[in-house]
Design a protein around this ligand. Structure first.
Ligand SMILES: Cc1cc2nc3c(=O)[nH]c(=O)nc-3n(C[C@H](O)[C@H](O)[C@H](O)COP(=O)(O)OP(=O)(O)OC[C@H]3O[C@@H](n4cnc5c(N)ncnc54)[C@H](O)[C@@H]3O)c2cc1C
Length: 378
């Protein structure tokens, strides 16, 4: 077996790395910028990536992509994360909003939205979670009621990242309250300046402006803004959530933090402390495990199968890696790891977010228990 990257993949990584090294400051980290600055930055940087074809390289050529292989998509994700994820808010539209439009959009929707996303001109947010619908997303109650050629939307979404800077919201709403829960949900592509939509920041322990509440009061949208058939949004969401789960190579950022911590431990003569070496080694093993597990998902994609279950396994592994790196931060920094701006404080935020966003770790474990362990026992 040959575990090396192909010459073509290695050349792509080298070219990409060279470009990012030249274009970005060495310590750039988009997640330390506030959402408004992130948007301005990602718009400017997105245009440069678009010029190279690297904003949506995974998309088919017919939609302005490069038909890139799943392995090259992973390389892109690894290098972007290693360079502070300069696409910031746009990782969402390029990773799964665009693919959802390609999968289920009408010709009119594709013509309107895909080119804007491809050029990096727009930002999207994800209107899924509600006060009583997070882990149990199918219990969502935001309603869209058909009224002639329009739908009228009422309800509340919470934890919506980037809603205050986004141009569009990828919204889930119930269109049939009598149907079984998963069969009455539709997707709507809603401009965030639609009359009746109020967006308010929710303060949090994450960065400033990280979350928003979106209240829909009689928001009227044309039926042509519904993505896919009425009441059939759930299968589309299921497919695209796999892209979301594996879209950001978080283990790579965690691994970089670990390298810096190890360096700090050497400089501070802590590297012979067994508690420090133990924490560093466990974190390194956890990052390596996450990397190998995403490679399994990518391999499945490259061979043409849908990587549903292994994406959950990877997601749990990447959360464990983030948490193990946090433990290593505390072993090296001690109480200093509680101070704002320290490795520990930053890593705490990353580890917490990874274990909740895109479905909590407990929910991922439930799905693994049901679909992997359960299937194996039957
Ligand atoms: C950084 C970040 C960004 C986010 N961005 C967005 C966004 O842009 N758009 C959006 O729509 N949402 C977003 N979310 C929300 C996220 O999807 C939800 O927080 C998540 O799905 C959990 O839902 P909840 O908060 O309602 O918690 P709950 O579902 O209420 O869960 C609370 C606790 O109970 C546990 N639990 C619940 N049910 C079970 C069960 N059946 N078995 C075992 N344990 C269970 C959970 O694991 C959790 O620990 C974001 C969250 C974070 C942290």
């Amino acid at each position: 077996m040959n575990f090396d990257w192909s010459a073509e993949d290695a050349a792509f990584r080298a070219e990409l790395k060279g470009f990012l090294d030249a274009e970005l400051p060495a310590d750039f980290d988009a997640f330390t910028l506030d959402p408004h600055d992130q948007k301005a930055f990602s718009k400017a940087f997105g245009a440069k990536l678009a010029d190279k074809g690297w904003l949506v390289p995974a998309w088919p050529r017919a939609y302005g992509g490069l038909d890139q292989s799943p392995w090259q998509q992973l390389i892109l994700s690894e290098e972007m994360v290693a360079h502070g994820e300069p696409r910031t808010a746009q990782y969402m539209c390029v990773n799964w909003v665009g693919p959802a439009l390609i999968l289920a959009g009408s010709d009119e929707q594709k013509a309107y939205h895909l080119d804007r996303i491809r050029r990096g001109d727009v930002t999207w947010c994800q209107g899924f979670s509600e006060p009583d619908a997070g882990s149990d997303l199918a219990s969502l109650r935001t309603r869209a009621v058909r009224d002639g050629d329009d739908y009228v939307i009422n309800g509340e979404k919470i934890w919506t990242s980037y809603a205050d800077v986004a141009d569009f919201c990828f919204l889930l709403a119930r269109t049939d309250s009598d149907a079984p829960r998963h069969q009455g949900i539709s997707i709507f592509l809603v401009p965030t300046d639609a009359p009746g939509l109020t967006i308010t920041e929710i303060p949090s322990i994450f960065s400033e402006g990280a979350f928003n509440q979106c209240v829909f009061e009689n928001v009227r949208v044309p039926a042509s803004w519904r993505l896919g058939p009425e009441n059939a949004g759930w299968p589309i969401i299921r497919q695209l959530l796999v892209n979301e789960r594996i879209g950001v190579a978080r283990f790579r950022r965690a691994g970089q933090t670990l390298d810096r911590l190890a360096q700090m431990a050497v400089e501070q003569d802590l590297i012979d402390d067994p508690l420090v070496t133990d924490a560093l080694a466990k974190a390194q093993a956890a990052c390596d495990a996450a990397r190998v597990l995403i490679y399994r998902v990518v391999d499945e994609k490259a061979k043409g199968s849908a990587p549903d279950l292994n994406a959950y396994v990877y997601r749990v592994a990447t959360t464990r890696a983030e948490r193990a790196v946090y433990d290593a931060c505390m072993a090296v920094e001690g109480a200093g790891g509680l101070i704002k701006g320290s490795f520990g404080a930053l890593q705490f935020g990353h580890a917490l977010a990874t274990g909740i966003a895109t479905g909590t770790t407990e929910m991922q474990l439930n799905l693994i228990a049901r679909d992997v362990v359960g299937t194996a026992r039957n």
